[in-house]
Design a protein around this ligand. Structure first.
Ligand code: ADP
Length: 165
């Protein structure tokens, strides 16, 4: 079975990302989570995003979590991966994903992009939505791992105390 890379911002990791990771971990020998190392524009630093994801998958022996910069196909080659995994939630994301998959195929013909459909119960979950409601003081305990909900509460403590949650 091949090695797969699952890339994303994971700012922060949600139950939706973990669902894709667990399913990918049964399909591939090894799954490497590739956390985009972005200089700015994220709520959590790269180190925080990597650490939170690692803690969430410490029961999965064939999953590793790493930060990365540069071209995803170069990272995948360095990891010996021949598959890129992405989750897909709605048709709205399809065009972007299709475009990106084609470009990756041109740059690295030996690497296949594989799409897993979001599970029904996580269809509505995205990092963006989580950041949005948490920044306004909503307790997201049921939508992300416990340690991530705590990190969000610390990050947005001002909004939480204002709302009284
Ligand atoms: P975001 O979670 O904000 O959409 P990410 O870059 O963190 O963005 O997402 C990484 C990958 O995980 C993408 O392929 C995205 O489509 C997928 N993904 C995100 N949320 C879910 C979900 N709830 N179910 C399935 N896949 C998801």
């Amino acid at each position: 079975m091949p090695i797969a890379v699952y890339p994303g911002r994971f700012d922060p990791v949600t139950h939706g990302h973990l669902d894709i990771t667990r399913r990918a971990a049964t399909l591939f020998d090894r799954v490497v989570i590739a956390v985009f190392d972005l200089p700015e524009g994220t709520v959590f630093s790269t180190e925080e995003r990597v650490t939170m994801f690692r803690e969430a998958v410490n029961d999965l022996p064939n999953v590793a979590v790493k930060g990365f910069r540069g071209l995803l196909v170069d990272f995948a080659r360095r990891e010996g991966a021949t598959v890129l995994v992405r989750g897909i939630r709605a048709v709205t994301g399809f065009e972007y994903e299709f475009d990106m998959a084609l470009m990756n195929k041109i740059m690295a013909p030996e690497i296949e992009s594989v799409y897993l459909f979001a599970s029904l119960q996580y269809l509505y979950l995205s990092g963006t939505r989580i950041r949005e409601v948490a920044s306004l003081g909503y307790d997201v305990t049921n939508l992300v791992p416990v340690h991530v909900a705590e990190a969000l509460r610390r990050k947005f403590s001002h909004a939480y105390s204002q709302r009284g949650s």
